[in-house]
Each structure stands twice: as C-alpha cells, then as structure tokens.
Ligand binder design. Structure first.
Ligand code: ADP
Length: 283
C-alpha cells in the first residue's frame, strides 16, 4: 500500500502547483488585437480543469522562455557581426550551430504559444485587405535563400486578376510559411517547390504549395493536421534536416478555420505533395 505520508505530500504538492499556476495565470494576457472575427474555439466544455492547468502552464513556460531566448539570439547576431573578420572558420561554424539551435527553440516556443492561444480561445484575428499575390511573393522571396542552400528550386507563379482579400496578414503568413518550410524540409536536393494561387469556385481564393518531394503515405493523411503528429516512416524519419515538432499543420488548420476556410493535401509517396487552402472573399 502507498505510504499515507507520501500520498499527503503528493496532494500538498498538487495544491501548491495549482496555487502557483493560478497566481501566474493573471500575468498572462492574451494578444491584445482588435477582434473582427470570433476568437478561436478554445478548450471545449469537455476539457477538465487539468487540461486548462496544462494549457496555462505551457503558456507561462513559453512566455518565460521567449524573453531570454530572444536576448541570446540578439546578442549572438551582434557578436557574429562585430567579430566576423576576427573569427576563424571553426568558430564561425560553431556560432552558426548555436544560432540555428536558438532559432529552432524560438520556433518551438512560438508554436507552443500559438497552441496555447488556440486552446484558450485567445487567438484573435485582425483583418485588413491585402494583395494576395504580393503576400505570396514576399514569402517566396523570404525562403529563396534557404531553398537555394538545399539546392531546391522555389518558384512563385503569379496569378492574373486576383481580387483583394481581407485576412489577418500576420496569421496567414504563418500558414504559408509553414507549408513552404515543410515543402523544402521534406523534398530532397534537386527538387522543386511551387507556390501559386487562383480564384476558387466558392467565392474564395485557393492557394497551393506543391513539391516533388518524398510524399506522405495515405494512412498518415487523416492525422496530419492533429497536434504533435509527425509521419514516422520512410524518409521523414531519416531526414536529419527535419527537426520539426508536429505543430505547424495543426496551427495552420486552426488559423484557416478561423478565417472560415479549408485546408487539405493531395500526396503520393515518392512523387510529392500538394497542400492547398482556401480563404473566402468578402469576410
Ligand atoms: P513538423 O514539420 O514540424 O513535424 P507539421 O505539423 O508541419 O510538423 O507537419 C506534420 C508532419 O507532416 C511532418 O512531420 C511530416 O511528416 C509531414 N509533412 C508535412 N508537410 C510535408 C510535405 N510537404 N511532404 C512530406 N511530408 C510532409
């Protein structure tokens, strides 16, 4: 039988943790952006207090991690810039690894904050009219260097006569960036990634990100947009470039859902994938 004293200590610790989390919760304020659409659905009525505690804890931990990580990134960048003529190749390579690892950690922290916002219903949309082709071209330009480093051709195909569309630009940029980043990650050197948009048949704009990379097995597709899901077979597992965390597509779907759009994928193992999402006109 369990020692009653240790059981009592466990209960006490749980209460202390609850108190600590409660006292911290007030500190975490959701993003204060003007709302023009309902917030994300958040934890549903079936979620337990433990789920809420977990979500709050993740949010607090991610907030606390973001500030020092941003400082490390900033100081590192200043140091690498100021000392670039004095550092030898080994030192540069070492600092490059530190910088990449910091970027990766910051990416994870941002993703965890987004998941927490989605689950707490605290992700709001700040809608404004944009030129969609310009948005896509901007993302393609941003990823050009990274694609080139992996010898992947990144093509942006301009569309003709797309109407302006109202979106939360910051959030939809996350969606396109996730898709383009994945397409580069899961395509081998020599491959091609294409980005384009077209007017859909449902008074919407449909955007596509297509690659001729490793593709996704049919049985994995239904799980792709769920939290922390990663395909664990074939090239994905052995691909050392893909240090992902399985949150990008979950967050992307939540953002597209909030815009009342849809996201889907067509894929064939060994031939490539085409991720598409629609965003309605006239929001
Ligand atoms: P992450 O890439 O961080 O693991 P995501 O949620 O963005 O997380 O993607 C989930 C999984 O879907 C990935 O781990 C990968 O297995 C698979 N995937 C996503 N995009 C592609 C793609 N373009 N080609 C092949 N597999 C992909």
């Amino acid at each position: 039988m369990k020692n009653p004293l240790s059981a009592l200590i466990a209960v006490f610790k749980k209460k202390e943790l609850e108190k600590a989390v409660q006292s911290q919760v007030e500190v975490v304020t959701p993003a204060q952006t003007p709302t023009t659409l309902p917030t994300s659905p958040g934890l549903d009525e079936h979620s337990s207090p433990l789920d809420e505690m977990k979500s709050n804890f993740v949010s607090i931990a991610a907030h606390e991690l973001r500030t020092p990580l941003t400082s490390i990134k900033g100081y590192l960048s200043v140091y690498m810039n100021d000392y670039k003529d004095k550092l030898d190749e080994d030192q540069k390579s070492l600092l490059g690894h530190i910088s990449n690892a910091t970027e990766e950690l910051l990416g994870l922290v941002e993703n965890l904050l987004n998941v927490s916002r989605i689950e707490r219903g605290a992700m709001n949309l700040n809608l404004a009219e944009v030129n969609w082709d310009e948005v896509l071209k901007g993302v393609a330009d941003d990823f050009n260097e990274r694609a080139g480093q992996k010898n992947i051709q990144l093509k942006f195909v301009q569309s003709v006569g797309l109407p302006p569309i109202k979106v939360d630009k910051v959030r939809v940029l996350e969606v396109i960036s996730n898709l383009v980043s994945n397409a580069i990650n899961y395509t081998n050197p020599g491959g091609t990634v294409q980005i384009w948009a077209e007017k859909g048949s449902d008074n919407d704009i449909v955007t596509h990100v297509a690659d001729n990379g490793q593709g996704i097995p049919a049985d994995a597709i239904p799980n792709l947009f769920t939290k922390f899901y990663r395909v664990t077979q074939g090239l994905t597992q052995g691909n050392t470039n893909s240090e992902g965390n399985g949150l990008g597509l979950y967050i992307s779907k939540a953002i597209v859902d909030m815009h009342h759009g849809k996201i889907w994928v067509e894929s064939e193992v060994g031939r490539g994938s085409r991720f598409s999402f629609s965003l309605p006109l006239g929001l």
